[in-house]
Ligand binder design. Structure first.
Ligand SMILES: Nc1ncnc2c1ncn2[C@@H]1O[C@H](COP(=O)(O)OP(=O)(O)OP(=O)(O)O)[C@@H](O)[C@H]1O
Length: 241
Protein backbone atom coordinates (compact mmCIF):
# COMPACT_ATOMS: atom_id res chain seq x y z
CA UNK A 1 0.00 0.00 0.00
CA UNK A 2 1.28 3.46 -0.77
CA UNK A 3 0.86 5.80 2.16
CA UNK A 4 1.65 9.22 0.86
CA UNK A 5 2.54 11.92 3.37
CA UNK A 6 0.69 15.20 3.22
CA UNK A 7 0.44 17.52 6.16
CA UNK A 8 0.28 20.98 4.61
CA UNK A 9 -3.30 20.98 3.30
CA UNK A 10 -4.82 19.66 6.51
CA UNK A 11 -7.05 22.11 8.32
CA UNK A 12 -8.55 21.93 11.76
CA UNK A 13 -12.22 21.43 12.55
CA UNK A 14 -12.31 25.08 13.55
CA UNK A 15 -11.27 26.06 10.06
CA UNK A 16 -14.24 24.10 8.81
CA UNK A 17 -16.56 25.95 11.14
CA UNK A 18 -15.08 29.26 10.02
CA UNK A 19 -15.51 28.27 6.42
CA UNK A 20 -19.11 27.33 7.14
CA UNK A 21 -19.56 30.76 8.68
CA UNK A 22 -18.03 32.30 5.56
CA UNK A 23 -20.39 30.25 3.43
CA UNK A 24 -23.33 31.44 5.51
CA UNK A 25 -22.14 35.04 5.15
CA UNK A 26 -21.83 34.53 1.41
CA UNK A 27 -25.37 33.17 1.33
CA UNK A 28 -26.66 36.15 3.33
CA UNK A 29 -24.74 38.57 1.09
CA UNK A 30 -26.12 36.89 -2.02
CA UNK A 31 -29.62 37.07 -0.59
CA UNK A 32 -29.17 40.80 0.08
CA UNK A 33 -27.87 41.46 -3.41
CA UNK A 34 -30.77 39.46 -4.78
CA UNK A 35 -33.27 41.61 -2.86
CA UNK A 36 -31.87 44.82 -4.32
CA UNK A 37 -31.76 43.39 -7.78
CA UNK A 38 -35.15 41.79 -7.48
CA UNK A 39 -37.12 44.62 -9.06
CA UNK A 40 -35.05 44.39 -12.22
CA UNK A 41 -35.07 40.64 -12.48
CA UNK A 42 -37.54 38.48 -14.18
CA UNK A 43 -39.88 36.84 -11.61
CA UNK A 44 -39.42 33.30 -12.96
CA UNK A 45 -35.63 33.48 -12.80
CA UNK A 46 -35.80 34.75 -9.27
CA UNK A 47 -38.04 31.90 -8.21
CA UNK A 48 -35.68 29.38 -9.81
CA UNK A 49 -32.63 30.81 -8.02
CA UNK A 50 -34.47 30.74 -4.73
CA UNK A 51 -35.37 27.07 -5.19
CA UNK A 52 -31.80 26.08 -6.08
CA UNK A 53 -30.44 27.99 -3.11
CA UNK A 54 -32.85 26.32 -0.72
CA UNK A 55 -32.00 22.88 -2.09
CA UNK A 56 -28.22 23.49 -1.83
CA UNK A 57 -28.50 24.72 1.74
CA UNK A 58 -30.41 21.59 2.72
CA UNK A 59 -28.01 19.21 0.97
CA UNK A 60 -25.02 20.92 2.59
CA UNK A 61 -26.39 19.85 5.95
CA UNK A 62 -25.63 16.23 5.15
CA UNK A 63 -22.41 14.96 6.66
CA UNK A 64 -19.39 13.60 4.86
CA UNK A 65 -17.76 10.43 6.08
CA UNK A 66 -14.64 8.50 5.20
CA UNK A 67 -14.41 4.72 5.36
CA UNK A 68 -10.76 3.69 5.45
CA UNK A 69 -8.70 0.62 6.30
CA UNK A 70 -6.36 -1.97 4.82
CA UNK A 71 -7.41 -3.28 1.40
CA UNK A 72 -9.76 -6.23 1.80
CA UNK A 73 -11.21 -5.18 5.15
CA UNK A 74 -14.55 -4.57 3.40
CA UNK A 75 -14.73 -0.80 2.86
CA UNK A 76 -16.55 -0.77 -0.47
CA UNK A 77 -18.94 -3.55 0.55
CA UNK A 78 -19.82 -1.65 3.71
CA UNK A 79 -20.02 1.76 1.99
CA UNK A 80 -22.50 0.49 -0.59
CA UNK A 81 -24.71 -1.05 2.11
CA UNK A 82 -24.67 2.22 4.06
CA UNK A 83 -25.55 4.14 0.91
CA UNK A 84 -28.53 1.87 0.27
CA UNK A 85 -29.80 2.40 3.81
CA UNK A 86 -29.40 6.16 4.02
CA UNK A 87 -30.88 6.80 0.58
CA UNK A 88 -33.88 4.57 1.21
CA UNK A 89 -36.26 7.42 2.00
CA UNK A 90 -38.88 9.56 0.30
CA UNK A 91 -36.98 12.75 0.91
CA UNK A 92 -35.23 13.84 -2.29
CA UNK A 93 -32.98 16.14 -0.30
CA UNK A 94 -31.46 13.26 1.65
CA UNK A 95 -29.29 11.78 -1.02
CA UNK A 96 -25.78 10.55 -0.25
CA UNK A 97 -23.17 9.79 -2.88
CA UNK A 98 -20.47 7.13 -2.82
CA UNK A 99 -16.96 7.80 -4.12
CA UNK A 100 -14.28 5.15 -4.30
CA UNK A 101 -11.25 7.46 -4.27
CA UNK A 102 -8.89 4.84 -5.74
CA UNK A 103 -11.24 4.20 -8.67
CA UNK A 104 -11.58 7.93 -9.41
CA UNK A 105 -7.78 8.33 -9.36
CA UNK A 106 -7.44 5.49 -11.84
CA UNK A 107 -10.25 6.63 -14.12
CA UNK A 108 -9.10 10.25 -14.20
CA UNK A 109 -5.41 9.37 -14.16
CA UNK A 110 -4.78 11.26 -10.94
CA UNK A 111 -1.54 9.45 -10.24
CA UNK A 112 2.16 10.12 -10.65
CA UNK A 113 3.51 6.68 -11.39
CA UNK A 114 3.14 2.99 -10.77
CA UNK A 115 5.28 1.79 -7.87
CA UNK A 116 6.59 -1.62 -8.91
CA UNK A 117 7.75 -2.46 -5.40
CA UNK A 118 4.39 -1.72 -3.81
CA UNK A 119 2.56 -2.90 -6.91
CA UNK A 120 0.26 0.10 -6.74
CA UNK A 121 -0.26 3.59 -8.12
CA UNK A 122 1.13 6.62 -6.29
CA UNK A 123 -1.75 9.04 -6.51
CA UNK A 124 -1.55 12.75 -7.23
CA UNK A 125 -3.01 14.11 -4.00
CA UNK A 126 -3.44 17.67 -5.25
CA UNK A 127 -5.51 16.55 -8.20
CA UNK A 128 -7.79 14.25 -6.25
CA UNK A 129 -8.27 16.83 -3.48
CA UNK A 130 -9.18 19.50 -6.02
CA UNK A 131 -11.66 17.07 -7.53
CA UNK A 132 -13.21 16.21 -4.17
CA UNK A 133 -13.37 19.73 -2.72
CA UNK A 134 -16.66 20.84 -4.36
CA UNK A 135 -18.28 17.49 -3.65
CA UNK A 136 -17.36 17.63 0.01
CA UNK A 137 -18.56 21.24 0.26
CA UNK A 138 -21.93 20.14 -1.06
CA UNK A 139 -22.09 17.45 1.65
CA UNK A 140 -23.51 13.94 1.75
CA UNK A 141 -20.36 12.16 0.55
CA UNK A 142 -19.34 8.66 1.57
CA UNK A 143 -15.68 8.34 0.62
CA UNK A 144 -13.80 5.06 0.49
CA UNK A 145 -10.02 4.95 0.52
CA UNK A 146 -7.47 2.82 2.38
CA UNK A 147 -5.56 5.81 3.72
CA UNK A 148 -6.94 8.77 5.65
CA UNK A 149 -4.13 11.18 6.41
CA UNK A 150 -3.88 13.28 3.26
CA UNK A 151 -7.46 14.55 3.37
CA UNK A 152 -7.98 17.83 5.21
CA UNK A 153 -9.49 17.21 8.63
CA UNK A 154 -12.41 19.50 7.79
CA UNK A 155 -13.57 17.12 5.04
CA UNK A 156 -15.23 14.64 7.39
CA UNK A 157 -17.45 14.64 10.42
CA UNK A 158 -16.63 10.95 10.95
CA UNK A 159 -13.85 8.60 9.94
CA UNK A 160 -14.56 4.88 10.14
CA UNK A 161 -11.55 2.57 10.18
CA UNK A 162 -12.35 -1.03 9.30
CA UNK A 163 -10.18 -3.79 10.67
CA UNK A 164 -10.20 -7.46 9.92
CA UNK A 165 -8.32 -9.72 12.26
CA UNK A 166 -5.27 -8.16 13.83
CA UNK A 167 -4.68 -11.32 15.81
CA UNK A 168 -6.07 -13.77 13.30
CA UNK A 169 -4.96 -12.63 9.85
CA UNK A 170 -6.42 -15.68 8.11
CA UNK A 171 -9.64 -13.90 7.12
CA UNK A 172 -7.88 -10.98 5.47
CA UNK A 173 -5.32 -13.27 3.87
CA UNK A 174 -8.07 -15.42 2.33
CA UNK A 175 -9.98 -12.38 1.03
CA UNK A 176 -6.87 -10.95 -0.65
CA UNK A 177 -5.78 -14.32 -2.03
CA UNK A 178 -8.91 -14.39 -4.19
CA UNK A 179 -7.97 -11.15 -5.93
CA UNK A 180 -6.31 -10.80 -9.31
CA UNK A 181 -3.03 -8.91 -9.21
CA UNK A 182 -2.41 -9.65 -5.54
CA UNK A 183 0.99 -11.29 -5.43
CA UNK A 184 2.18 -13.07 -2.28
CA UNK A 185 4.35 -10.02 -1.55
CA UNK A 186 1.45 -7.61 -1.88
CA UNK A 187 -0.72 -9.77 0.37
CA UNK A 188 2.11 -9.96 2.91
CA UNK A 189 2.48 -6.16 2.95
CA UNK A 190 -1.23 -5.64 3.48
CA UNK A 191 -1.52 -8.26 6.18
CA UNK A 192 1.48 -6.71 7.92
CA UNK A 193 -0.14 -3.29 7.71
CA UNK A 194 -3.18 -4.79 9.43
CA UNK A 195 -1.15 -6.52 12.16
CA UNK A 196 0.62 -3.26 13.00
CA UNK A 197 -2.68 -1.37 12.96
CA UNK A 198 -1.26 1.24 10.57
CA UNK A 199 -4.61 2.54 9.31
CA UNK A 200 -5.94 2.91 12.85
CA UNK A 201 -2.83 4.79 14.03
CA UNK A 202 -2.82 6.99 10.97
CA UNK A 203 -6.49 7.97 11.39
CA UNK A 204 -6.10 8.67 15.11
CA UNK A 205 -3.10 10.89 14.45
CA UNK A 206 -4.76 12.74 11.60
CA UNK A 207 -8.22 13.27 13.14
CA UNK A 208 -7.94 14.54 16.65
CA UNK A 209 -11.49 15.67 17.42
CA UNK A 210 -13.46 13.74 20.04
CA UNK A 211 -15.59 10.95 18.65
CA UNK A 212 -14.47 11.44 15.08
CA UNK A 213 -12.58 8.18 14.53
CA UNK A 214 -14.50 4.93 14.91
CA UNK A 215 -12.60 1.64 14.71
CA UNK A 216 -14.89 -1.22 13.68
CA UNK A 217 -14.10 -4.87 13.27
CA UNK A 218 -15.46 -6.32 10.00
CA UNK A 219 -14.75 -10.02 10.09
CA UNK A 220 -18.30 -11.37 9.91
CA UNK A 221 -21.60 -10.56 8.22
CA UNK A 222 -23.08 -9.77 11.65
CA UNK A 223 -20.38 -7.23 12.40
CA UNK A 224 -20.94 -5.62 9.03
CA UNK A 225 -24.69 -5.34 9.67
CA UNK A 226 -24.03 -3.72 13.04
CA UNK A 227 -21.64 -1.22 11.49
CA UNK A 228 -24.06 -0.35 8.69
CA UNK A 229 -26.71 0.38 11.32
CA UNK A 230 -24.23 2.33 13.48
CA UNK A 231 -23.14 4.57 10.60
CA UNK A 232 -26.60 5.08 9.12
CA UNK A 233 -28.47 5.66 12.36
CA UNK A 234 -26.00 7.00 14.88
CA UNK A 235 -23.55 8.89 12.69
CA UNK A 236 -25.77 10.03 9.83
CA UNK A 237 -29.04 10.14 11.74
CA UNK A 238 -31.01 8.16 9.17
CA UNK A 239 -34.34 6.74 10.23
CA UNK A 240 -34.13 3.20 8.91
CA UNK A 241 -37.19 1.42 7.60
N1 LIG B 1 -18.14 -8.55 7.01
C1 LIG B 1 -17.77 -9.35 6.01
N2 LIG B 1 -17.95 -10.67 6.13
C2 LIG B 1 -17.57 -11.48 5.12
N3 LIG B 1 -17.01 -11.09 3.95
C3 LIG B 1 -16.82 -9.78 3.80
C4 LIG B 1 -17.18 -8.83 4.81
N4 LIG B 1 -16.87 -7.59 4.37
C5 LIG B 1 -16.34 -7.75 3.14
N5 LIG B 1 -16.30 -9.04 2.80
C6 LIG B 1 -15.74 -9.60 1.55
O1 LIG B 1 -14.36 -9.28 1.54
C7 LIG B 1 -13.91 -8.98 0.22
C8 LIG B 1 -13.21 -7.63 0.23
O2 LIG B 1 -14.18 -6.63 0.49
P1 LIG B 1 -14.10 -5.19 -0.19
O3 LIG B 1 -13.78 -5.28 -1.64
O4 LIG B 1 -15.33 -4.45 0.22
O5 LIG B 1 -12.83 -4.60 0.58
P2 LIG B 1 -12.15 -3.16 0.45
O6 LIG B 1 -11.64 -2.83 1.79
O7 LIG B 1 -13.08 -2.20 -0.19
O8 LIG B 1 -10.94 -3.42 -0.53
P3 LIG B 1 -10.11 -2.33 -1.41
O9 LIG B 1 -9.52 -1.34 -0.48
O10 LIG B 1 -9.05 -3.13 -2.09
O11 LIG B 1 -11.09 -1.75 -2.37
C9 LIG B 1 -15.14 -9.06 -0.68
O12 LIG B 1 -15.13 -10.31 -1.32
C10 LIG B 1 -16.31 -8.94 0.29
O13 LIG B 1 -17.44 -9.65 -0.18
Amino acid sequence: MAFAKRKTKKKSTNDFEEEEEDDADDQRQKKKTKTTKKDDDDDDDDEKTKKTRTKRTKVALLKNILICGTPGTGKSTLAKLVLEKVNNNNNKRICYEYVNVGDVCKAKEFYHLFDERLNSFVIDEDKILDHLEPLVRRGGMILDYHSSEFFPERFFSHVIVLTCGRENTKILYERLEKRDGYTKEKIRQNVECEIFGECVEEAKEAYTGDGVVHVRSNETEEEMEETVKFIAEELLGAKLR
